[in-house]
Design a protein around this ligand. Structure first.
Ligand code: DX5
Ligand code: ZN
Length: 223
C-alpha cells in the first residue's frame, strides 16, 4: 500500500485553478471542495466549475461534496466525469443507495463523516463504498487544527478494512501537515488531503513528495 496525497484546492488561487494545477502535478488526486453555504457555513463552487476542472486536468478529481440534499445533486458530479465523488453521510437519506448510484454511473463512491458522527454504522456497510473519509476538522474551512479525537475512528476503520481485506481507501481531511501525517498514517489512513500544508509551501511539488515519504514511513510502521 502506498500513500496518496490529494492537495485541496480550497487553498488555491480561485481565479487561477488551471495554473495552480500545474504546481501540484506530482500529486495523486486533486481534492475539490464543493460547499453550498447550507450544509457548511461557506460557499465555493458547483457543478459547472467541477466539470470544467476535470476537462483541463488529466489528474483524477477527488470531489468532496459538503452540500445538503446530496442524493439529488451528487450523481451530476459523477455524470460530469469526476473520478471520485464523496458525499457526507449526514446529508444523505440513504448513503448505500447513493453510493450504488454513483458507482453505476462510473465514479468511485466515497462517504464522509463529520468529527461528531460515529463510524460504527458505516463500518457495517463499508464494502458498498470505495472510500471512507474521516473528517479530522469540522468541514467548512481550511487552515484548522486536526481534532485528535477523530483519530480513534481512523484506527477502528483500518482494523475493519484489514480484517475483511476490503478494497476501501481510508481518507483523512483537515489539519494534515508534515508534523502529523506520519502518525496519522501509522494509525491507518492511506489517503491524505492537505490544503494549506501544500499551497503555503514555497515548493509545492517538493512538499507533496515530503508528505508522501512521511506517510509511507507511517504505513510501514503500522503494528
Ligand atoms: C475543509 C475541507 C478541506 C480543507 C483542508 O472543510 O474539506 O479539504 O481544504 O484544508 P487544510 O488541509 O488546510 O486543513
Ligand atoms: Zn475536503
Amino acid at each position: 500500500m502506498s500513500a496518496r496525497i490529494n492537495p485541496s484546492i480550497l487553498s488555491a488561487d480561485f481565479v487561477n485553478f488551471e495554473r495552480d494545477f500545474g504546481s501540484i502535478a506530482n500529486c495523486d488526486l486533486i481534492h475539490v471542495d464543493v460547499m453550498d453555504n447550507n450544509f457548511v457555513p461557506n460557499l465555493t463552487f458547483g457543478l459547472p466549475m467541477v466539470a470544467r476542472m476535470q476537462q483541463v486536468t488529466p489528474k483524477p478529481l477527488d470531489v468532496h461534496l459538503m452540500i445538503s440534499n446530496v442524493d439529488k445533486w451528487a450523481p451530476g458530479y459523477a455524470e460530469a466525469g469526476a473520478y471520485s465523488v464523496t458525499f457526507h453521510a449526514e446529508a444523505s437519506e440513504n448513503p448505500v443507495a447513493l453510493a450504488r448510484n454513483l458507482r453505476a454511473i462510473g465514479a468511485r463512491a466515497g462517504v464522509a463523516i463529520k468529527p461528531g458522527t460515529d463510524v460504527e454504522q458505516y463500518l457495517d456497510v463499508l464494502q458498498e463504498f470505495d472510500q471512507l473519509l474521516v473528517m479530522t476538522v469540522e468541514p467548512g474551512f481550511g487552515g484548522q487544527s486536526l481534532i485528535e479525537a477523530t483519530l480513534e475512528k481512523v484506527a477502528k476503520a483500518r482494523r475493519k478494512i484489514d480484517a475483511e481485506k476490503l478494497d476501501v481507501w481510508l481518507q483523512v481531511d483537515g489539519g494534515i501537515d508534515e508534523t502529523n501525517i506520519e502518525r496519522v498514517a501509522s494509525l491507518g489512513a492511506d489517503t491524505f488531503v492537505a490544503g494549506s500544508a501544500v499551497f503555503k509551501a514555497d515548493d509545492r511539488a517538493k512538499q507533496i513528495e515530503n508528505l508522501r515519504d512521511l506517510a509511507n514511513a507511517g504505513i510501514r510502521h503500522r503494528h
